[in-house]
Design a protein around this ligand. Sequence first.
Ligand SMILES: [Zn+2]
Length: 314
Amino acid sequence: MKYLRWCVVMLFLILPLGACTQKEPATEKGKVQVVTTLFPLYDFARVVGGDRVEVSLLVPPGVEPHSFEPKPEDMVRINRAGMFVYTNPYMEPWVAGLLKGIDRRLLTVVDASRGITFLPAGDHDDEHDVNEGGHHHAGMDPHVWLSISNARKMVENIAAALEVKDPPNAGFYRKNAAAYDQKLAELDRKFQEGLANCGTRQFFHGGHYAFGYLADRYGLQYVSAYAISADAEPRPRKLTAMIDQIRRSGTKYIFYEELISPRVAETISRETGATLLKLNGIHNLSRDELHGGATYFSLMEQNLADLRTGLQCR
Ligand SMILES: [Zn+2]
């Protein structure tokens, strides 16, 4: 109140308006301004925050996020927000540097993966590939959101941060988070049941190693052509081995990933006769998907349907 009065006085003294607006960059029309890096975080924040928050995505639609580095204008955008939500230090290693130059009294920074147990990046065969292509990740797998039980934890982390940031709406955030958590728990059960009786428990992926957490959660064996980073190239030796493995196992499907050219998956498909099926790693959406109203929930439902086809589940 005292501050407000001071501002009004200053206004009359015709001082720059900036002096009065500077202290309240976190909210616009009373809404918490939330900047998130990847789509799942954006989706979780808007589900929990509803109309009390203004959520925006840092990584532009259609951009492959593993190679994303924030530009100076992104830094300004984060600095002006009230809350910044990132996936984890393995997905966005640039966050550590960013935080050094930011006023933490105004900005709430949320590591959405807090409390989640990380898995190593890739199978043991991938160790060399990880060093070459995945230098960002320091050996741990960043794709935690592809296990629904981890997604539930991320929602909880975002909700807890919003409750502290905006106490008058804490009850609203808690209620939304609880309702969404129940939906996610049901979807998790659907995955468990839907993937229980399948012709095979092994799935082949002509993409980068993104589904380690999903495979771990539902007891599947996962083979990917690329290492952890999407811009890494598969080694010819690994590709040949994968083609052999598919031929031997009699697998009828090969998965490809979103946002990246399915060139490798197509090669494998041509060599083995396996049918191509999309498996969405839900890092980021295309502009069309985003405007079409796709959600983490709808994309995971689609993934379950495609996995059931690919694994020949009953
Ligand atoms: Zn990835």
